[in-house]
Design a protein around this ligand. Structure first.
Ligand SMILES: [Zn+2]
Ligand SMILES: [Zn+2]
Length: 419
């Protein structure tokens, strides 16, 4: 992928911000695993390399250990059995190992990469991501969602300097991981709605060019729905590129707005609540896809309102406290004051016509549902082991988990105005 082209597209952006990203090189191609060591060398990775993987990703990435060893690196291996949860204690463990290393290669996306991204940022070390599945889009993100004491917090981290993707490996990834990547992508439609709504209500920074980058990437992946799970290098490469682009979108604005909206928060709510019960949850992209369909259903209902009236905000904080249980102290901090205190609620009514247009600018829920079915995604909470009760609790309380304005959070402040 030619990163200079991307850089050029974002020079002198009308939004007024200088868009930069730190990725030096992205290498994607068929059978390039054997070049890994050389790619690290030419990007200036120091002699002592920390190699982080789990047994699944290591088995998928055949030849990668030989490649880094052949290039002469002194390698320390940290191989997990099956790392499904990016926990703060693991970030600390990687930080400890990084004291004796010059850089780190994360073989595997998802949780492995999340812990490496935060640890490498804290220790100021170079980071390479070796992607093994097109399962999510955090490749180029600057933030890492980490679980600390059951609460999931998105920490500022770093994006990798180098990203390597062997399309042979991506194509051979299990179908459920590819479907998960697709589920993560459809969430961007909600994210783009939320970002624009927050921009017009609270004046939050918004960049149309970055939003378009995300939008194009999602539309591109949607058009591949029927090929997503095939073991086909060309479509695996195309999906990977789409995921990468939304990741770059986040890098360009240094926040996750272009790629995640309230559907991600809902998914995090489910995940945290399950962790409180000592249960692991389904893959990120599977949950995000299901959450997207639930949120789009609500947003479509809103878009049918010809007019709205503003209502006083009445949040039953005792009920919120009960819903969050042990997580509530964090939630309380995030809502002191709540995000709804930061804008004039009458704006919702004044700008309602624009808000309706924004909702209608994305494909319908029915269309997205059909594409998700083609792509083998989970589409109902029963498929991701989220009970009816947890689903409803999530829909009601998840927005308090972040200090962030979304259309769903704003919906606590209006109702349909009946003629
Ligand atoms: Zn811009
Ligand atoms: Zn995601």
């Amino acid at each position: 992928m030619n990163l200079n082209d991307v850089r050029k597209r974002f020079e002198n952006c009308p939004c007024g911000r200088k868009h930069t990203f730190d990725i030096k090189e992205i290498v994607s191609g068929s059978g390039i695993t054997a070049e890994t060591g050389d790619i690290l060398r030419r990007n200036g990775f120091g002699e002592r390399l920390l190699f982080v993987a789990d047994k699944n990703t290591l088995a998928a990435a055949k030849g990668v250990t030989e490649s880094v060893e052949r290039a002469g690196y002194k390698v320390t291996y940290k191989i997990y059995d099956d790392l499904r949860c990016a926990a703060m204690r693991e970030v600390c463990a990687i930080e400890g190992l990084l004291s004796e290393a010059d850089g780190v290669i994360s073989v595997g996306t998802g949780s492995l990469h999340d812990i490496c991204r935060l640890a490498a940022a804290r220790k100021n070390k170079q980071l390479c991501l070796f992607a093994t599945a097109p399962s999510m889009d955090g490749f180029a993100s600057y933030s890492a969602p980490i679980t600390d004491g059951n609460f999931k917090i998105t920490y500022p981290a770093k994006s990798p300097e180098v990203i390597i993707a062997d399309t042979k490996i991506l194509a051979a990834a299990p179908a459920y991981l590819k479907s998960a990547g697709f589920g993560d992508m459809v969430g961007k439609y909600v994210g783009l709605i939320d970002w624009q709504v927050s921009h017009i209500l609270s004046g939050e920074y918004y960049c149309e060019r970055v939003a378009k980058l995300t939008r194009d990437a999602v539309d591109g992946i949607i058009s591949l729905a029927d090929r997503v799970t095939a073991e086909d290098e060309e479509s695996a490469a195309a999906v990977f590129e789409g995921l990468l682009m939304t990741g770059i979108g986040m890098s360009l604005v240094k926040n996750s707005r272009p790629a995640s909206g309230t559907e991600h928060i809902l998914s995090h709510f489910w995940e945290c609540k399950k962790l409180l019960d000592g249960k692991l949850s389904d893959f990120h992209g599977r949950k995000v896809g299901v959450a997207t369909l639930l949120i789009l259903k609500k947003y479509e209902e809103f878009s049918n309102y010809e007019d709205v009236e503003i209502i006083p905000e009445e949040i039953d904080w005792q009920a919120v406290k009960k819903a969050y249980g042990a997580l509530y102290p964090e939630v309380e901090k995030l809502n002191n004051p709540p995000v709804s205190h930061e804008f004039d609620h009458n704006l919702i009514k004044e700008r309602w016509g624009e808000i309706r247009k924004i909702i209608k600018s994305v494909p319908s829920r029915a269309e997205i549902y059909g594409k998700m079915k083609q792509a083998g995604c989970a589409t109902g909470t029963e498929e991701i082991a989220v009970s009816e009760e947890l689903k409803d609790e999530g829909l009601k309380y998840h927005p308090h988990m972040r200090h962030r304005l979304s259309l769903l959070r704003a919906s606590f402040l209006f109702r349909e105005k009946k003629r």
